[in-house]
Every structure is written in structure tokens, then in C-alpha cells.
Design a protein around this ligand. Sequence first.
Ligand code: AMP
Length: 406
Amino acid sequence: MKILILNAGSSSQKSCLYDLKEDSLNDHPLDPIWSANIDWTVANGQGILTVKAKGIKKIINLSFSDNRQGIAAMLDTLIQEETQVIKQLSEIKIVGHRVVHGGTDYSKATLITPEVKATIRRLIPLAPTHNPAHIEGIEAIEQLLGAIPQIAVFDTAFHSHMPLETAAYPIPYEWFEKGIRRYGFHGTSHKYCAYKAAQILNKPLTDLKLITCHLGNGCSLAAIKDGISIDTTMGFTPLEGLMMGSRSGSIDPAILIYLMREHNLTANQLDEMLNKESGLKGISGISADLRAVIQGIDQGNIRAKLALDMYIYRLRAKIGSMLATLGDLDALIFTAGVGENSAIVREKACEKFDFLGLKLDLDKNNNRPMNIDISTTQSRVRILVIHTEEDWAIAQECWHLRQSNS
Ligand code: AMP
């Protein structure tokens, strides 16, 4: 069965096509047979479409900046020229969408109906950059592929069982009733990594206490007990928690009040500052990309060093907080761009948890580990590096939902 995955954002569109068969649903993720990505940030009013299929990488310049037109151009490459992998678009049987915000309405993958679309729209104020792009993506698919089943897989869903004491903010209770609460994000990645960890450790997920560290451009941790997320570092928005590439993570909220009162900063300016100009980028003054920050450190840049030191300090502090929620730990898991690729971040993060009996095998850590245990045999707590497979996880959700409805 051909399953198309669409991750429709405001500055990029990502998509891939899986060809799933009954026996594909074993323990190992399939590679997509086609993948495409549009980057709208390169030049004003233009986009760059990159397509990978059949061992070919093709780059197409788009002379427009409309998301819907972009999705049409992207899907054309499925059926045309050297990247063609299907004869016609009607071979696609399901489309799975990554949807960032499902509020408290959805705790699992959901078939998209007019009511579901209305809910995603209603939640736009909670995810103003993401949810409008998801609606555009869903509607573009309706236009291009007609009435095929579309499924929403929500980033918030995995965290929807967090206990109230974790989910609520200590502000007047009326605001909680109006939806000002912690939702958590990166749920598809945290969930996938928890399942994969159980597989690697060869233990039932329901016997495990895990901390998953999703460290990419955005960063979040989840405390997972018996397969359920009981705490996470992101909250009402993906801004809370850890220091990230260009996002601040948690800061004293009174700073915002001060900047508004004393420096006349507007809501939009604060938004821009906290989401785009902070984190590694804001402190180092170099980049949101950890690789560039580390290069800066190697060249003796003091602010680059401070940026990494702060990133690690905050990461350790939040690991400690997740640990306290869990009460014990079977495995610490690293995933996403930084978590999978940065040996130094893993080493420094683990350093202070020696008292737990957590011991990193430095050779394994430095040897590009992937989907393996990198702790020593004496370590009481396992340390895993897992390649996150969010698209594959969405494809699996689509398959299961389709099977249960047929
Ligand atoms: P993601 O959001 O998961 O795609 O992660 C993207 C981020 O991963 C980039 O901004 C980089 O900071 C980081 N990254 C990727 N490769 C490396 C690496 N080899 N070392 C350190 N950071 C990396």
C-alpha cells in the first residue's frame, strides 16, 4: 500500500512515500521510495524543491511561493520524469499528516473529517505558524487526490496522558480551564524512540522507565513510564524547556514584562527574539547550528563556549527533573540531529549522572553510534542512541488506523 506522508510547514514542505506490505511492519523501518522537500527560505517569492528517488537527487527551482502550488509541483515528481515511482497519483491510498497541535482533543492518530479540520483551525491561536500550514496541506491533498483517507498524527498526542500536576501552570485556575496548560511536543519522536528502546533492550515497554532526549533544532525531553509520557519539557508552546538552536527555552517570565514596560518591545518583537534570536544562536552570536558553535569554540570564541556550557547545564538540569518525576531510570535515550550526532553533548550530559550508576562507553560514544547501547557493561542505567523515524512512525499509525477501520 502506498502511503504518502506530508509535513507541511510555513517555511518548508516535506513529504515522502512508503510502499508498505503486510510483512513490512516488522521491527525495522522501511526507507521511503521517494522523498521531497521544498525550502521557501532561500529567496523571496521562490522555493527550492529537492527530490530523492531511485538513487537520483533532483533540484528544481520554483518561481512562486505558494504552499498549495508547491505541494502540486512536489507530487508531480512522483509521476514524471526520472524521479517517477508510481504511474498515477491514485495509487496513493492514504495520506498521513504531521500536525503539531491537537490540543486536548486528540490523544491518538485520527481520520481527518470536516470536524477534525475545524478543530485544527480552532487551535490556530495555539500554533499560529504550524496549524494554518497543516490545513493548507490537507486541503491541497483534497484538491489533488480527491476523497482519499487523510490521517492526522498529532505532536501533542503522546503527552495527552500527563497527570494534571504536570500539565497545569501555577496561574489562576480559570486559565487552565481556558486551555492555558502544558501540551508537550515532539510526541511522535518520543513515542517512536520509547518503542525502539524496548526493542533494543529486549524488554517490554511496560517494564521501563525512560528519558528520551530529542535534541535537534528544537529540543525536548520526555519522562516515559510504562510506555506513557508522564512529563515533558515543552509546554503550552514548543518554546518552553531546554535551550535550543535559536529558541530560549524557559526564562523568567518577568523578563518579558520588563522588556515590554521599560523597552517598549512589542509582542511580535518578543516572539521573534525568543524563537529566532535566542538559544545557541543568541548567546554565541554565531549560529543556531551546534556544528558552527563548536567550530567557534575550537577557534577560541568565548561566547561560543558559554553557549555550549549553558546548553549542557540546562540539559542536565532538565534530565534531573525528569529523573525526579520517574523516581528511577532504566535508559537515557539520545535522538535527533544533535542527540544522534554530537558525541560531546552526550558525553557532557551523562558526566554528572555517574552517581546513578550511569556509565558511558567513550569508544562507543565516539564511534558514530546508531540504534545501539553506548553504556559500559557495568552501567546500571543503559544509554541509547536512536535514529528517530517520525515519518515511518506516522506511516505505521496510518496503516494501523486503516486496518482497524476496514
Ligand atoms: P534536526 O532538527 O533533528 O534536523 O537537527 C538539526 C540540528 O542538528 C542542526 O541544527 C545541528 O545543530 C545539529 N547537528 C546535525 N549534525 C550534527 C553534528 N554532527 N554535530 C553537532 N550537531 C549536529
